[in-house]
Design a protein around this ligand. Structure first.
Ligand code: URA
Length: 425
């Protein structure tokens, strides 16, 4: 087999055969196919697409590039959740201990933020002592003792995706539905979860800007999961405005703890409960009551045990940024828009995110919202607070927020977008 004929097939809008797909993924993982050749193929896939059978084979080949985990020795059914990424999306933090408190085991392999979207591991690392890197044995131990673990995927899981994702990130080939679907699902299937709920974000702060694109991605991923024996459902959820009132690592941990204590912003609570119900249903526990587990403190108890089991101190004060800057409302009236992408870029520029994988992040940096779309605001009163250790970044962050806020005259009717837009599966 030679790589140039594989590239030419896709360049000329042909179908890749099973043999071509198996060979190219294996040869790329071993270093026999070079990065420049794989990036040409990724671009041909982005431009010309893949059919369902090609995507299924591509996903299977990426799973076969590494190890598969297995949880059948656990006494509880496994359930996992994956979000395609958004701004202020801290849902995994309250969700994993909540679902564990309701009787499922949650093996949550998570990632770091890149660009304007935050990463679960970066958020949790703002808790003093907490460790994202666990051996497979440690991971199983936390899962068995607590019922939930949130950690980094080991190097052995879908190594073809690790290489290919890093390559796509620097070659403008991330936004291809076949490549996103196979990337996410190869990791989730190799992880070995019995059931999976996908939170596919739609809107300015998400990869998928339209419901039609999000629906296609969700349908593709649900099909891949189902074909591999993983009970999979997807919710399309709104990402036109940030989730909750915070975007930034320690700020989001604080808000997640508020949710676990029975408070927190209404949209975060609503989405946490909606995803928890889907996960428990998919895991065969439809009678569990996640709202009760939030109210009666059992979810909080699981959070504290999960954080402690990974070396963190759940009682330690969270880091706070050294400097703050308040942005005031530009007019009096109804806040009708607060753009998710703009807030995400501002948080990133303040130091909450990274531009390159090896960059450090600031634990305390980010954006705090004092109002949500639909709220009344008053000209000159605080609307956002920007947090950073590096105040020279304030101007750069403020540029990102240019045009992000819309205020309509008081009394203008406003219908908020529902959080859950559609269910697929
Ligand atoms: N997340 C992934 O894991 N892979 C993608 O391709 C996009 C988002």
């Amino acid at each position: 087999m030679d790589v140039i004929s594989v590239i030419r097939t896709k360049r000329d809008r042909g179908r890749l055969t099973d043999e071509q797909i198996d060979w190219v993924i294996d040869a790329y993982t071993r270093g026999e196919v070079a990065d420049e050749q794989m990036s040409a193929l990724a671009m041909a896939i982005l431009l010309n697409g893949m059919d369902r059978a090609e995507i299924a084979r591509w996903t299977a080949a990426m799973i076969a590039s590494g190890e598969r985990m297995e949880f059948s020795s656990l006494p509880r059914p496994t359930a996992d959740k994956h979000s395609t990424g958004g701004v202020g999306d801290k849902i995994t933090l309250p969700l994993a201990p909540l679902v564990a408190a309701c009787g499922a085991a949650v093996p949550q392999l998570s990632g770091r933020g890149l660009g304007h979207t935050g990463g679960t591991l970066d958020k949790l690392e703002s808790i003093p002592g907490w460790r994202a890197l666990l051996s497979n044995d440690e991971m199983m131990g936390v899962l068995r003792d607590v019922g939930a673990v949130i950690c980094a995927a080991g190097d052995g899981l879908a190594p073809a995706d690790k290489k290919l994702y890093a390559l796509r990130d620097v070659t403008g080939t991330v936004e291809a539905i076949p490549l996103i679907a196979s990337s996410i699902m190869s990791k989730k299937i190799a992880e070995g979860t019995g059931s999976l709920v996908l939170d596919v974000k739609v809107g300015s702060g998400a990869f998928m800007k339209t419901v039609a694109d999000a629906r296609e991605l969700a349908t593709t991923m649900v099909g891949l999961g189902t074909d591999h024996g993983v009970r999979t459902v997807a919710l399309l959820t709104d990402m036109s405005t940030p989730l909750g009132l915070t975007a930034g690592n320690a700020l989001e941990v604080r808000e997640s703890v508020e949710v676990l204590a029975g408070g927190g912003p209404a949209d975060v609570v609503e989405l946490t409960l909606a995803l928890a119900r889907e996960m428990l249903d998919a895991a065969g526990l439809p009678d569990a009551d996640p709202a009760k587990a939030l109210r009666d403190g059992t979810a909080m108890d699981h959070w504290r045990r999960m954080i402690s089991a990974q070396g963190g101190d759940p009682d330690a004060p969270l880091p706070v940024a050294r400097e703050r800057h308040v942005v005031t409302a530009p007019a009096t009236g109804v806040l009708t828009g607060l753009d998710a992408y703009a807030v995400g870029v501002a948080a990133w520029r303040l130091g909450a995110g990274r531009s390159r994988k090896e960059d450090p992040v600031q634990a305390g940096a980010g954006v705090e919202l004092h109002a949500k779309p639909g709220d009344q605001v008053t000209a000159g009163r605080p609307l956002l607070t920007l947090h950073t250790d590096t105040p020279e970044r304030f101007d750069y962050a403020l540029q990102a927020l240019d045009g992000a806020v819309t205020v309509a005259p008081a009394g203008t009717p406003f219908t908020p977008r529902p959080i859950v837009l559609e269910r697929i599966g």
